[in-house]
Design a protein. Structure first.
Length: 402
């Protein structure tokens, strides 16, 4: 740092006083020149992917920590998603942020500190998604047996796609392959895989999707261990077969998918029926079906012969007479039933008619009774009779007025 000094009247040397900005500028110049290209190993903590695309995190060890920034564009070249607790090696330069007086690492590249760190990240994400239920069998969707269209998420230039094309053509030429090509390793591969899965899900004619690639190192396959890929597979409404690497390779995508295939070629075999098996089934079915039809015809012929030679066919008029007799008996039973019911109701009606007639006034008068009426009032008792009032006496055959 440059030092400035002045002499006072007492011949004392007084150091010049710097402003905060001046001092910070001197520190910034010194640090950024001295640490222009450094590689640092440490453990990530407080990782944050900002909405702007920049990454902010802290790199620490047992005794110290330093802030880090990795700008959008540079972080596209990182093949994995950083996680808290992951040990990494970053390469970059030391910069000073004057408004806060902080120094930080301006990261240009990042890689795991070793294969063990990637494996630890794999296990950590696996446990997290397992706890959320993304691996549960209840969410697995059956793979259709006779797909019309199969969506493929892989690199169109890769050997895996060519193998799947050949197998589909050999096993089930009727199927149509729809490829949503994407990167399958390196920077940005995980996001491209997610975009391809979503693109196929926007169609209404895809029956099953195969997501995968050929073999490679853990770093090569890492895109299929990313959380965004796992969630895209889980959220797919179309069943997905995961086919990543070789038989011994396992990725997070394998656990989330509806079905895991050891290789891309095996995935296409699982997704398609074998035309040779279909033809064999048809031949076998045709043979046994012909025998079955012949047996049905033979049994039906025997049944017809038995019916023709039966008593009913030999004596058809007897059957008709029997039916006539049954019909006559039925009519007789109906007639007796209705006659009996009619007689019962007629007797009830006569009884009611007799009761009604017994209450008829004329019948009563005919038996020798008379009705005495004074001032339109029928006299029923002697005490009610008034000798002074006019009286009408009604007999059966006439009336007398007094």
């Amino acid at each position: 740092m440059l030092k400035k000094s002045v002499m006072n009247n007492s011949d004392e040397i007084i150091k010049e006083v710097f402003s905060v900005s001046e001092l910070t500028s001197q520190i910034k110049l010194t640090l950024e020149e001295q640490f222009d290209d450094v590689s640092v190993i440490g453990e990530i903590s407080n990782f944050k992917a900002h909405i702007s695309g920049h990454w902010y995190f802290t790199l620490k060890d047992a005794n110290a920590q330093i802030s880090c920034t990795m700008w959008k564009g540079l972080n596209n070249y990182v093949f994995f998603t950083p996680q808290d607790g992951l040990k990494v090696i970053v390469q970059g330069r030391i910069t000073v942020y004057p408004p806060r007086g902080n120094y930080q690492i301006d990261v240009r590249s990042m890689k795991p500190a070793g294969v063990g760190e990637l494996q630890a990240a794999f296990e950590k994400l696996k446990q997290k998604l397992f706890a959320e239920g993304l691996f549960d069998d209840e969410y697995k969707v059956p793979i259709p047996k006779f797909p019309k269209k199969i969506g493929i998420v892989t690199s169109i230039d890769g050997a895996a796609f060519q193998d799947m094309k050949n197998i589909a053509s050999r096993r089930y030429p009727l199927v149509e392959l729809v490829i949503a090509s994407c990167k399958v390793q390196g920077e940005g591969a995980a996001q491209e895989i997610v975009n391809s899965i979503k693109l196929l899900n926007e169609r209404n004619d895809i029956d099953v999707i195969i997501v995968g690639r050929g073999g490679g190192s853990l770093e090569d396959l890492w895109a299929f261990n990313e959380e965004i890929v796992a969630r895209a597979i889980f959220e797919s409404r179309i069943p997905i077969i995961s086919a990543v690497g070789h038989e011994i390779d396992y990725t997070i995508a394998d656990f989330v998918a509806d079905l895991r295939a050891p290789t891309p070629s095996a995935a296409m075999e699982l997704a398609t029926p074998n035309k040779d098996d279909l033809f064999a089934f048809i031949d076998e079915f045709s043979y046994y079906f012909t025998q079955k039809i012949s047996k049905i015809i033979s049994d039906s012929k025997n049944e017809v012969s038995r019916l023709i030679t039966s008593y009913g066919f030999r004596y058809p008029f007897d059957l008709i007479k029997n039916e006539f007799q049954f019909l006559d008996n039925l009519i007789y039973r109906f007639q007796n039933f209705f006659d009996n019911r009619f007689s019962v109701y007629k007797n009830k009606l006569d009884l009611l008619e007799s009761k009604v007639s017994s209450f008829d006034v004329k019948s009563t008068l005919k038996r020798g009774y008379a009705i005495i009426n004074q001032e339109n009032k029928i006299i029923q008792r002697v005490k009610d009779f008034d000798k002074e009032k006019s009286t009408q006496i009604k007999f059966y055959d006439g009336e007398i007025k007094l």
